[in-house]
Design a protein around this ligand. Structure first.
Ligand SMILES: Cc1cc2nc3c(=O)[nH]c(=O)nc-3n(C[C@H](O)[C@H](O)[C@H](O)COP(=O)(O)OP(=O)(O)OC[C@H]3O[C@@H](n4cnc5c(N)ncnc54)[C@H](O)[C@@H]3O)c2cc1C
Length: 470
């Protein structure tokens, strides 16, 4: 039976659910519009979707209770972390119960010798790295926002470090997950690898809260590097910058970060973060290793880029200078938004095989210019992943239409060269149609069968990845 067939009228069902949760959650159950409004709008461009109820669990048992009761009344459950996802991934498109997991913030354990940690779902990346500081280890995945671990697992997030340290896929070892009926399942182990049966851990990684609620995660850590060297490097052409990245990777230089910012993105960062970088296609680079190692790596990269139009490579050695650089990079989104007073941003991302990267970005730049749009482009280019930040006034209907056309052409091109419609932001609401084009009807039908097996009544984060009942 599908959810719509089994669910009583939403108002009755949510009222019954609120009554059932009231004693256990007390003030951690929120029914007032003002409180629910906080959860209605994410960082994306997908409008407002207010949940009918919000609860803030503090334990696994709280999550199980809330999910079990929601299942009893046929009310959808939308897990919510920090609300920073960009494709409407945590939007309550069908109302229901928002499960705000940001209060579950315990780092349960750190196993220094095994280089792993066990965390509750609401631990954020900045919190985790602050708690790891004395251990000599760090957690590497760094989306620009201070997202929660469970939110990052759910979107299969990555960031500037992924070229060296991997995405949430590589950094998630094991999970505890509450399923749609409220039961608890454990997946994975503490071992670095396993050949034991289906890989359930990675079925949940990237499932956007549609298959289960993560209540605990075992994550991989990395040794803090002895020496870190960073720098900014302007290029005469975007192609020269991208070809430098490709040649660097082909030469086996283990870059930790290699980010590209186009001139519009540099202009935004200069203005917002008080930098004075030349408005040119620019690489932000970071190297990790021994002192001699990073010097040697930097020399190799400088030689490669020098042949490809690289200008003066400005090194950032001191911690403060490096932090300022990466802070500016992480603030590129608000920086882009600030370019036009009253504007909003529509962020989209694709990932292509790296040999197609320069062409893919060049096409988008040309389309953006032809459409008369403002859209800084930034990329985790070491991975072939880049983002376009369309800066638009909310009421500029024509601008939105032109941006949609540029986005469509970018997606078509990415798929035509064997790329993907999203390298890290997920499908959410915004990429459902293109998901079908990317994977084909058979594969998407199989995804739906997986969804139906785990969530037969379609209660978990409905309307995401693919619309309609499972
Ligand atoms: C300025 C800025 C920069 C960004 N840069 C990057 C970047 O470089 N790389 C990148 O990958 N992303 C980036 N993002 C997007 C965003 O930070 C990521 O998508 C992040 O993973 C979302 O985490 P969250 O805690 O905010 O989750 P939310 O937005 O709250 O939720 C995201 C998804 O996770 C689900 N979810 C949340 N908690 C759970 C749980 N316990 N169990 C199951 N599902 C759950 C939600 O239902 C939803 O589907 C950026 C966003 C901003 C605003």
């Amino acid at each position: 039976m599908t959810r719509s067939a089994m669910r009583p009228a939403p108002a009755e069902a949510t009222a019954a659910l609120a009554a059932a949760l009231a004693d256990a959650f007390g003030t951690r159950l929120m029914t007032q519009v003002a409180a629910r409004d906080h959860y209605a709008r994410g960082e994306g461009h997908h409008g407002e979707h207010r949940p009918d109820l919000v609860v803030r669990p503090l334990s696994v048992e709280d999550v199980q209770r809330a999910v079990r009761e929601a299942a009893r009344f046929g009310v959808p459950v939308v897990p919510y972390g920090a609300g920073t996802s960009l494709e409407g991934n945590a939007a309550a498109v069908e109302g229901g119960l928002c499960l705000d997991l940001s209060g579950m913030t315990r780092v349960i354990g750190i196993a220094v010798d095994d280089m792993l940690c066990v965390v509750e779902p609401g631990v954020t990346r900045e919190q985790l790295n602050a708690e790891l500081r004395a251990t000599g280890l760090f957690f590497a995945v760094d989306p620009g926002a201070d997202a929660t671990m469970a939110g990052m697992i759910a979107t299969r997030a990555s960031g500037t470090n992924a070229v060296r340290y991997g995405t949430m896929r590589e950094n998630t070892l094991a999970l505890k997950v509450v399923l749609a009926d409220g039961s608890l399942v454990r997946t994975g182990t503490r071992a670095r690898k396993s050949a034991a049966g289906y890989d359930l851990t990675h079925l949940f990684v990237g499932s956007e809260g549609t298959l289960g609620i993560t209540v605990e995660a075992t994550l991989r850590l990395h040794g803090a590097p002895e020496t870190v060297l960073a720098g900014t490097w302007p290029f005469a052409t975007l192609d020269g910058a991208v070809r430098t990245v490709i040649a660097t990777i082909q030469a086996g230089v283990p870059v930790a970060r290699m980010e590209l910012l186009d001139p519009a993105a540099i202009r935004a960062c200069n203005a917002f973060s008080h930098l004075t970088l030349p408005e040119a296609p620019t690489l932000f680079i970071e190297l990790h290793g021994s002192e001699a190692g990073v010097r040697e790596q930097m020399a190799t990269i400088a030689a490669i880029g020098g042949e490809l139009g690289g200008g003066v490579l400005a090194r950032a050695v001191e911690t403060e200078a490096r932090s300022a650089l990466w802070k500016a990079r992480h603030q590129a989104l608000p920086a882009a938004r600030a370019l036009v007073p009253g504007a909003v941003t529509w962020v989209t991302d694709v990932c292509v095989p790296i040999s197609h990267l320069s062409d893919a970005i060049g096409r988008v730049q040309a389309d953006v210019a032809a459409a008369g749009l403002l859209a800084p482009i930034l990329g985790h280019v070491g991975d072939g992943n880049f983002h376009v930040f369309f800066v638009l006034r909310p009421d500029d209907e024509q601008g939105w239409q032109r941006a949609r056309a540029v986005n469509e052409a970018m997606l078509d091109h990415a798929l035509s060269v064997g790329g993907t419609c999203t390298g890290e932001h997920g499908v959410g609401i915004g990429k459902q149609e293109v998901l079908l084009r990317e994977h084909g009807a058979e594969a998407v039908a199989l995804m739906r069968r997986v969804k139906a097996a785990l969530d037969p009544h379609g209660l978990l984060n409905p309307g995401k990845i693919f619309a309609g009942a499972p």
